[in-house]
Design a protein around this ligand. Structure first.
Ligand SMILES: *[C@@H]1O[C@H](CO)[C@@H](O)[C@H](O)[C@H]1NC(C)=O
Length: 124
C-alpha cells in the first residue's frame, strides 16, 4: 500500500522540475510582444494549444542600478529611466537610465532574461 505514494511524489517532482526549467525565456512561447509605457504585453500560449493576452508591469521585474538595467523583483526602473522602447524584431528593451553622476547613458536589457510565461500568464 505505501508503495503507491512513490509514483505520485515522483510525478509531482517532475512537474516542479519542468516549471522551474521554464524560468525566463517567455519569447519562445509568446507572440506580438509590445511595450506601452511600462506595460509589457504579449499573446502567450498556455502549453495546451490556447493562447491568452498577457501583460505585466515591467517595473515589477526590472531595476536601474547605476545606469544599468537589471532583472530585479520590484525594481521600479522607470523612476530613473526614460524613452524606453523595444528594438524592433528583438526582445531587447533600450532606455536612457540615470547613472547617479549626472549622466543618462543608453542601457539595454533582454526582456527574455527577466520574464517567464507560465501557462499563459507573465511573471518575473
Ligand atoms: C554617468 O554618465 C556621465 C555622462 O554620460 C559620465 O560622464 C559618467 O562617467 C557616468 N558615471 C558613471 C558612474 O558611470
Amino acid at each position: 500500500m505505501h508503495f503507491t505514494l512513490l509514483p505520485i511524489l515522483t510525478s509531482g517532482f517532475l512537474l516542479f522540475a519542468a516549471s522551474s526549467a521554464r524560468a525566463s525565456g517567455f519569447a519562445s512561447t509568446c507572440n506580438d510582444i509590445t511595450l506601452s509605457g511600462t506595460t509589457l504585453s504579449a499573446e502567450c500560449g498556455n502549453g495546451h494549444g490556447e493562447s491568452f493576452q498577457a501583460s505585466i508591469n515591467t517595473n515589477d521585474c526590472i531595476a536601474n542600478y547605476g545606469g544599468t538595467l537589471t532583472c530585479a523583483p520590484n525594481g521600479g526602473y522607470s523612476g530613473s529611466c526614460n524613452t524606453c522602447f523595444i528594438e524592433p524584431g528583438t526582445t531587447n528593451m533600450l532606455c536612457d537610465c540615470e547613472n547617479g553622476s549626472g549622466g543618462s547613458p543608453a542601457s539595454l536589457i533582454d526582456l527574455n532574461s527577466c520574464f517567464t510565461n507560465t501557462f499563459g500568464s507573465l511573471s518575473c
